[in-house]
Design a protein around this ligand. Sequence first.
Ligand code: FES
Length: 115
Amino acid sequence: MPNVTFTSPQMKKDLTVYAVAGDTRTLLALAQANKVPVAFECQNGECGSCQVQVSVLSNKTPIGVALTEKEKTVLRLAGKITAQQIADAETKDLPPPWRLACQCVVRDEDVLVTF
Ligand code: FES
């Protein structure tokens, strides 16, 4: 079961949530279910208000990601992802450090989510 730890200056202390194995919710849905104040508006990968930094908390190779076109576009316009990071995600399965919480699905790895 993955542990998802949320940290932010907006929170009194960090919160670690134990996600259910096989959970297919997004980080935003998990945050909302646990009253973590991650900002959001559209919940559809278009506004960019839910940008979060995601770090894998293990020495294992991070699980590869499939970024949606919307996520790539929004993060690129916000200056949170480079063309090289997009290429690395597509060809080497390397997840970029910034994600849209409404598009990022919880996976079976422990992560730190900073916002
Ligand atoms: S809430 Fe709009 S991009 Fe995630």
